[in-house]
Design a protein around this ligand. Structure first.
Ligand code: SF4
Length: 269
């Protein structure tokens, strides 16, 4: 499976052909364990009063996925081993404050995958960890993608990690997707001025390349999303702004094989 996006169409979020916002409560209960979340902050996202075993077992109990305590025990211990909380007998009786940041995030990942989900929203899952731990946590997530077929929606400000883990990427500005497509295509051939500025700011560990590279510096600060600018939301900061940009919001168009851009520069008039 790929790491990517379920693209909402007309404000719907479709899971297996059904809009999850229109499901009846009973239908929603049946599928909610298939949709999980990993939060950014491993210090805040775990209940400090629960032991590691209970944190991981809770979704199994809540969703009534196993009938016996022995089954729950075996499942939790297996998942703890798979996220490298070993030996699990040692970690199962600890509280979150007795763990390092990396170990807490492994508990959060174990809690998300224990229900064998199809889809996980991972919100900046490594941004609060030391650089030395990031690669191992990302590799863990990719391992579950390959083994379990889980799809991630990976939210990040860090384009370098996005490229490491992603297949498709969507760039958001003020709450709107302004460009999306295959991740390599977007990074090699960015077409929206905001994406171009973001990509020009990625540090590259090559002094020769860095000297030649032209960094695009945007002027001003992003306006408030509560009261976004009329027309294209990026126009107050865009170096290519035209008259129409202030008046009309451009439609998203397909410029190349699923590479989608929302910018007047690419719309033929
Ligand atoms: S629509 Fe206009 S203002 Fe918006 S990004 Fe494109 S050129 Fe810039």
């Amino acid at each position: 499976m790929v790491l990517g996006l379920y693209k909402p169409t007309n404000g719907k979020v479709i899971y297996k052909g059904k809009d999850i916002f229109r499901m009846r409560r009973r239908e929603w209960r049946k599928i909610r364990h298939k949709l999980q979340m990993i939060y950014q902050d491993p210090y805040e996202s775990l209940n400090p009063r629960q032991k590691v075993f209970d944190i991981i077992a809770e979704p199994l109990r809540l969703n009534k996925l196993y009938s016996s305590k022995d089954e729950i025990y075996d499942k939790v211990m297996g998942v703890m081993e798979s996220v490298k909380l070993v030996p699990p007998e040692d970690f199962m009786i600890r509280y979150p404050h007795e763990l390092s940041g990396g170990q807490r995030q492994r508990v959060a990942i174990a809690r998300a995958i224990v229900t064998e989900p199809d889809f996980i929203v991972a919100d900046e899952p490594v941004s609060m960890l030391d650089a030395s731990l990031r690669a191992s946590i990302l590799d863990l997530l990719l391992g579950f993608r390959d083994k379990l077929g889980v799809t991630y929606l990976y939210i990040t400000h860090d384009l370098a990690t996005a490229r490491y883990v992603g297949d498709r990427m969507a760039i958001m500005y003020l709450g709107q997707i302004v460009e999306s497509g295959q991740i390599d295509e977007l990074i090699e051939n960015p077409m929206h001025p905001y994406t171009q500025a973001l990509i020009s700011s990625i540090p590259v560990p090559d002094p020769e390349y860095t000297r030649k590279k032209k960094r695009i510096k945007l002027k001003g600060e992003p306006p408030t999303p509560i009261n976004p600018p009329k027309g294209c939301r990026f126009h107050p900061r865009c170096p290519y702004k035209m008259d129409i940009c202030e008046k009309e919001d451009p439609e998203e168009i397909n410029v190349n094989n699923g590479h989608m851009v929302k910018c007047w520069l690419h719309i033929k008039k």
